[in-house]
Design a protein around this ligand. Structure first.
Ligand SMILES: [Zn+2]
Length: 261
């Protein structure tokens, strides 16, 4: 696959994405013309709102079942699209269904295979895992368009095991949970964490690598293509290491060479 243009769509409630900085990073890394755009959901019509509402996951223990949304649910999506900061309670969406819906938002003349689209959303995308028969939050859905969920970045990779243990034992004893959160602060990403701007670079690379090579992830913890299941690992690969492994750096050099020759 070849890409001649990349389009990024911002999630305005998460200024930490720093969409213009990200566009520059991609342009510099892949030597591909990259354009940053505003939220793709502003001004969507009733049909799309209905489709979004029907992607909701109601039973996390069962594979996706198409849901016929109520008018309240459609109205909720409409409001969320107009003002994305409205999302207070986290709602789960089937990531693949959600991706199909947002692909309808790409204009026909920009749907060619050499145009790559990357959409940010604060909706939580999830995928059903047949290994443990349940839905899991996902930070990224790789396809074209790819979707990066900012809520997924915060919620999907797990916090330290000890954090959950302490949280549960303190909840049972009715103790203050804030002190535990404080104790572990910094070891995981929080909402409006300024480190999100570094982390989205890695996720964007995964999406672009997937489209160009069919292989988004790497086994090496020090590589930005590492598929982190723990916050600790995400922070390590994207912020402390912040580079590609040797093999993927070579791949990237070849990609850039081929794309520009
Ligand atoms: Zn690698």
């Amino acid at each position: 696959m070849k890409i001649s243009k990349i389009f990024l769509y911002d999630e305005p409630t998460v200024p930490e994405i720093n969409i213009n900085k990200l566009a520059n990073f991609i342009k510099k890394t892949f030597a591909i013309d990259t354009i940053a755009r505003k939220n793709i959901f502003s001004g969507v019509d009733q049909t799309i709102c209905k489709q979004l509402a029907s992607c909701r996951v109601f039973n996390t223990r069962r594979p996706f079942e198409f849901h016929s949304p109520s008018s309240e649910e459609i109205e909720f999506e409409k409001k969320s699209c107009q003002n994305t900061s409205n999302i207070e309670n986290i709602i789960m969406y089937d990531g693949f269904e959600f991706q199909k819906t947002v692909s309808n938002l790409i204009s026909e003349n920009e749907k060619s295979s050499d145009s790559f689209h990357l959409i940010f959303t604060n909706r939580l995308t999830c995928t059903y895992d047949f290994n443990d028969y349940r839905y899991h939050g996902r930070a990224i859905i790789c396809s074209n368009p790819s979707v990066i969920s900012t809520t997924g970045i915060v919620e999907a990779p797990a916090k330290p095991r000890e954090y959950y243990m302490e949280l549960i034992s303190n909840m049972v004893q009715g103790l203050n949970l804030e002190s535990i959160k404080k104790k572990y602060q910094g070891t995981y990403l929080e909402y409006h964490d300024e480190r999100i701007s570094n982390v989205v670079e890695g996720y964007a690379m995964q999406a672009i690598f997937y489209y160009l090579t069919g292989e988004p992830f790497c086994e090496q913890l020090e590589c930005r293509l590492f598929n982190a299941h723990w916050q600790k690992d995400l922070i390590y690969s994207q912020i402390e290491s912040a580079k590609l492994c040797e093999r993927h750096q070579k791949n990237l050099n070849n990609l850039v060479f081929n794309l520009n020759s």
